[in-house]
Every structure is written in structure tokens, then in C-alpha cells.
Design a protein around this ligand. Structure first.
Ligand code: PEP
Length: 255
């Protein structure tokens, strides 16, 4: 089985509803090709999930993602959004552990393990983000740093739960900076991530996991990065807010 190739948009905290709808109208007006093993995923703000879900009806291989969820099941957590709520409105994916959430909202590896568990229990697919800051890259310890993120948040899962899982490798020094990892740096880390899963879960599970690259992906560099053997698409921030850019990124997925 060919693992999925995915172009995922992360709008972050941008756009009004009207602006988001205009962006999607523009995006859908551009011809994009999504093959059988390819998906586009739209990571949009909570208030627009239902509206955008409705807009996607009849479209093939396009899904919605929440950008976060809470780590508890339900109850007295004013202002938080549960996985069950997301399930009840038909959300497909949840972006978990984005570096902005780790940094500004103190999300720890163990809290993310709780979020992963809830997503899997309710049948939502996590897009689990990992990646190192610049000082770690400069010290040359990025491989063990990312490995620890994976071990502490995911290694309690069963092989079945990790089959067809989605990881996003996002070096923090490349997010929103216009500075992309080279395709060699991306491939090296993606191969490392796959080997970490292979060592614990075996090759079949490791080969089924889609590993997306994130960090200043744009139309001009997507094809080269996605062309690497262990890169299965991208998680895209800034460029996902521009219809022409994101359409070209979708069309850069490898078949
Ligand atoms: C992201 O938010 O996940 C991201 C990679 O942002 P950008 O593409 O803007 O670097």
C-alpha cells in the first residue's frame, strides 16, 4: 500500500470568515489534481469548521483539520474545545503539538500523549508536529531531540494505532521565517523519524506513516522538497493563505 501524500494548510489565527470563504472560492477555481493516494487538508480556526465542512461536500480527497483540541474529555474547562465536539461536527484531522502551541501554551510531550489518545479514541486523525529549535540544530542534537518528542508522546500506542499515522516535521527555525530546510536536511530528518518508528514498530508500520515537512514551504520549493523519498507532503502556514500558492503546492505532491 502506498502511504498518503498530503498537502495540509495551517491558517493559524488568520482571516475572517468572509476572507476564508473568498480564499476557498479562489482555491477551488484553480484546477488541482488529487490522485487516489493524495489529500488536501485545511487546518482552519474552530469557528469556521462547520461552514468549511459544508463547502467541501462533493469534493474528493479534501478534508478539514482543527488546529488544536483539549487534553481532557469534557467538563468544567471554560473556553476549551473537546475532541468529541470536533467529532460531532465531522472534523477529520487535528493538528497537534504545533511548535507555537508548545511555546506559547506550554504543551508538553505528555499532554500531547493525552490529546493523541483522545483523537484516536474518537476516530480523528492527529497530524502530530515535532521539530527542533535553532540552538538544538546548531548543537547538532536534532535527531535525539525529535526522537524524544516521538517517544514521549507516541510510543505508548499500538502498531495498529500508528499505521497510517501522520507526522509533521517542522524545524522551528524554518517556520514563518522564509528560511526552508534544504531538501537534504528534510530528507535526513524524515528518514531518521521513519527509522525511529521502524526500530520500535517494524518496517511495515514505519512505511505506512505519512511524514510531512513544514517550514516556509511555498510553490517555488514544494516540488523539490516533496520529491524526497521520505517526504510525503507538507504542512503549510503562510503560503496556504494565498490560493495560487496553495493550489501549486497541492499539485506538487508526488504521485
Ligand atoms: C506552520 O505553521 O506549520 C508552518 C510551517 O508555517 P510556514 O509555512 O509559514 O513556515
Amino acid at each position: 500500500m502506498m502511504r498518503k501524500q498530503i498537502a495540509a494548510a495551517n491558517w493559524k489565527m488568520n482571516l475572517t470568515l468572509a476572507q476564508g470563504e473568498a480564499l476557498l472560492n479562489d482555491l477551488f477555481a484553480i484546477p488541482t489534481e488529487l490522485g487516489e493516494n493524495q489529500e488536501a487538508v485545511l487546518g482552519i480556526p474552530f469557528p469556521y469548521l462547520t461552514t468549511v465542512k459544508d463547502k467541501l461536500s462533493g469534493k474528493q480527497n479534501i478534508y478539514i483539520a482543527a488546529q488544536n483540541c483539549y487534553s481532557k474529555r469534557s467538563g468544567a474547562y471554560t473556553g476549551e474545545v473537546s475532541v468529541e465536539m470536533l467529532q460531532s461536527i465531522g472534523v477529520d484531522y487535528v493538528i497537534l503539538g504545533h511548535s507555537e502551541r508548545r511555546e506559547y501554551f506550554n504543551e508538553s510531550n505528555s499532554m500531547l500523549a493525552d490529546k493523541v489518545n483522545l483523537c484516536l479514541e474518537f476516530g480523528l486523525k492527529p497530524i502530530f508536529c515535532c521539530g527542533e529549535a535553532l540552538d538544538i540544530r546548531e548543537a547538532g542534537t536534532q535527531n535525539s531531540y525529535v526522537e524524544t518528542q516521538l517517544i514521549e508522546s507516541l510510543f505508548h500506542l499500538t502498531p495498529e494505532q500508528l499505521t497510517n499515522f501522520v507526522i509533521a516535521y517542522e524545524p522551528i527555525w524554518a517556520i514563518g521565517t522564509g528560511k526552508t530546510a534544504s531538501s537534504e536536511q528534510a530528507q535526513e530528518m524524515h528518514a531518521h523519524i521513519r527509522s525511529v518508528f521502524a526500530a520500535k514498530y517494524g518496517n511495515a508500520v514505519a512505511d505506512s506513516i505519512s511524514i510531512l515537512y513544514g517550514g516556509s514551504v511555498k510553490a517555488a520549493n514544494a516540488k523539490e522538497i516533496f520529491g524526497q523519498p521520505d517526504v510525503d507532503g507538507g504542512l503549510v502556514g503562510g503560503a496556504s493563505l494565498i490560493a495560487e500558492e496553495f493550489a501549486a503546492i497541492i499539485n506538487s505532491l508526488k504521485k
